[in-house]
Write a protein that binds this ligand. Structure first.
Ligand code: HEM
Length: 417
C-alpha cells in the first residue's frame, strides 16, 4: 500500500534538502519558502507559471483536472507553446519538449524519480531475451494465428454490424498475443520484472467512475486467474502478489500501447483516403506469402505510416521524471542542480511546428527514405530524432520489436482484406 501523496511529496522535497547548507532554514515558514522558491532558487529564471513555482499544489490540481477531462497532455502542450521548450512545472521540476532532452536526460546516471516509480526500478535481464528479434522469429506463428483470427472476426462482424469498434478489437488481439507469449512461456521469469506504480495510478483510483473501476477489477481478476493457472503448472518461485502486480503492469504496457497506436493510425488512415490507397496498393503488390514479418519489415510506406502514427499518437505521451544526479548536470544546455526532477514531453515535441513541417497533419511520406534525400523537400528539415516513442537509454522499451511486428502484421492484413 502506497503512503498518501502528501507524505511522499514532503519526504522527497529535494530542493530544500540540497540547498539547506547555503540558505537559512526557512522550511517551517511556508510563505517564506514559497517566496524563496520563486525568487532565490536556482530555477527562478526558468520559464513557467509563477504559481506553479511557488508550490507543487497547482501542478497537482491541474494534473488531476486534466486527467479527469482527458486533456492532461494538451494542457502541458499549451504550457510549452506559451513558455517554450523548457518549463518549470513545480518548485523542483522542469519539463522539456526539445529533441536533445532524450539523450541528456535518459542516461544511466539519471535515476528514476521515486515519487513516480515505487520500488527499485531497473530492467531485469531475464526479460530481455523474450523480446529480441531472434526470439520473435520463433514466435511468428503465434502472431500470424491471432492476427488471422482478428481478420476473420472483423469479416464476420462487417456482415452483421454497421460500425465496428476497432480500438477494442486491436486491444483483444494484442492482449491475446501478449497473453500467449507471456503466460505460455515465461511466467515465473516475469515475476521478477521491473515494476512501476506511477502516482497517476494512485490519483486515478480516487477519481475514476465505478463502472471503470469494476472493469479494472475484472481485468485484475483475469490476470490473477491466468497467473494462478500457470503457477499450478510450475513450481512457485516468487510471492503471488508480486507476480500478479507485475503481470498487470506488463499486460497494460505490452498490449494497450500497441493497440493505441494502431487505432490512432487507423483513424488517420480512414480520414486520409489518399494515403490509405497508397498503403493498400503497396500491400496488394505483395505475394500472399509476402505477409511475413521479415518482408513487412522492409515495406517503405507501411513503415512510414506507422512512424507517422507513432509521432501523432504516442501511447506514452510523456516520459516520467528522472532526477538530476549528484553534482548537477547540463540538460539541453542549461545547468541544473542535483535532485531536480526532469521529464520529457513526447507529445508536445512531436506536434511542434519548429521541429516538423505541417506538424499536426498526418503525412507518412515525411518518413520515406526517398523524400529524406531530397534537400528541397519541406520535410527534409524535420527533426526526426525528436520522435522516440519507445524511449531511449537503459530503461527504453524492451517490447519494441514485438510491438513493431504486431503493428506491421495487423495493418498489412487489414489493408489486404
Ligand atoms: C507501440 C507500443 C509500445 C510503446 C510505444 C512502448 C513505449 C514504452 C516506453 C516509452 C517505455 C519507457 C518508459 C519510461 O522510461 O518512462 C517502455 C517501457 C517498457 N515497455 Fe514498452 N512500449 C510498447 C509496447 C510494449 C510491448 C509490446 C511490451 C512487452 C510485451 C513492452 C514492455 C515494456 C517494458 C517491460 C518496459 C520497462 C522497461 C524497463 O524499465 O527496463 N512495451 N515502453
Amino acid at each position: 500500500m502506497q503512503p498518501p501523496i502528501s507524505t511522499r511529496l514532503k519526504k522527497t522535497s529535494v530542493v530544500s534538502d540540497n540547498f539547506k547548507n547555503c540558505e537559512p532554514d526557512i522550511s517551517t515558514y511556508p510563505l517564506l519558502r514559497a517566496f524563496q522558491s520563486v525568487y532565490f532558487h536556482p530555477l527562478s529564471k526558468t520559464p513557467g507559471p509563477k504559481l506553479w513555482a511557488y508550490s507543487r499544489l497547482p501542478f497537482i490540481i491541474g494534473f488531476i483536472r486534466g486527467l479527469i477531462r482527458g486533456i492532461v497532455v494538451q494542457d502541458i502542450q499549451r504550457l510549452h507553446l506559451r513558455y517554450g521548450p523548457m518549463v518549470r512545472i513545480a518548485p523542483d521540476e522542469v519539463t522539456f519538449a526539445q529533441p536533445e532532452a532524450w539523450t541528456d536526460i535518459l542516461r544511466a546516471d539519471f535515476p528514476k524519480d521515486p515519487r513516480w516509480w515505487a520500488g527499485e526500478p531497473g530492467r531485469e535481464s531475464v526479460l530481455a531475451p523474450t523480446f529480441t528479434t531472434h526470439a520473435l522469429k520463433g514466435q511468428e506463428p503465434i502472431l500470424q494465428q491471432y492476427v488471422n483470427l482478428l481478420i476473420e472476426r472483423l469479416r464476420n462482424l462487417a456482415n452483421q454490424e454497421s460500425a465496428i469498434n476497432i480500438a477494442a478489437w486491436c486491444n483483444y488481439t494484442t492482449f491475446d498475443i501478449f497473453g500467449d507469449l507471456g503466460y505460455g512461456e515465461k511466467a515465473a521469469c516475469f515475476g521478477s520484472a521491473a515494476r512501476f506504480y506511477p502516482l497517476i495510478e494512485l490519483v486515478l483510483t480516487k477519481c475514476i467512475p465505478t463502472s471503470l473501476r469494476e472493469e479494472y477489477d475484472n481485468h485484475r481478476k483475469l490476470i490473477a486467474d491466468k497467473v494462478q493457472r500457470r503457477l499450478n503448472l510450475e513450481q512457485e518461485r516468487l510471492p503471488l502478489d508480486t507476480i500478479n502486480a507485475t503481470f498487470l503492469e506488463l499486460t497494460t504496457g505490452g498490449s494497450e500501447t500497441t493497440a493505441t497506436v494502431l487505432s490512432g493510425t487507423l483513424n488517420y488512415l480512414v480520414n486520409n483516403r489518399d494515403k490509405l490507397s497508397i498503403l493498400e496498393q503497396e500491400i496488394r503488390d505483395l505475394e500472399e506469402s509476402g505477409l511475413s514479418l521479415s518482408t513487412l519489415q522492409d515495406l517503405p510506406y507501411l513503415n512510414a505510416v506507422l512512424k507517422e502514427g507513432l509521432r501523432l499518437c504516442p501511447p506514452v505521451p510523456w516520459i516520467l521524471s528522472r532526477r538530476v544526479p549528484d553534482g548537477g548536470a547540463h540538460v539541453c544546455g542549461t545547468w541544473l542542480p542535483a535532485g531536480i526532477a526532469v521529464s520529457i514531453q513526447a507529445y508536445s515535441m512531436s506536434r511542434n511546428s519548429n521541429y516538423f513541417h505541417d506538424a499536426s497533419s498526418f503525412v507518412p511520406k515525411r518518413w520515406l527514405p526517398k523524400v529524406l534525400k531530397v534537400p528541397s523537400s519541406p520535410f527534409s528539415k524535420d527533426r526526426r530524432e525528436a520522435v522516440q516513442p519507445f524511449s531511449v537509454g537503459p530503461y527504453s522499451c524492451i517490447g519494441q520489436h514485438l510491438a513493431w511486428a504486431e503493428m506491421r502484421l495487423i495493418l498489412a492484413k487489414l489493408g489486404r482484406s
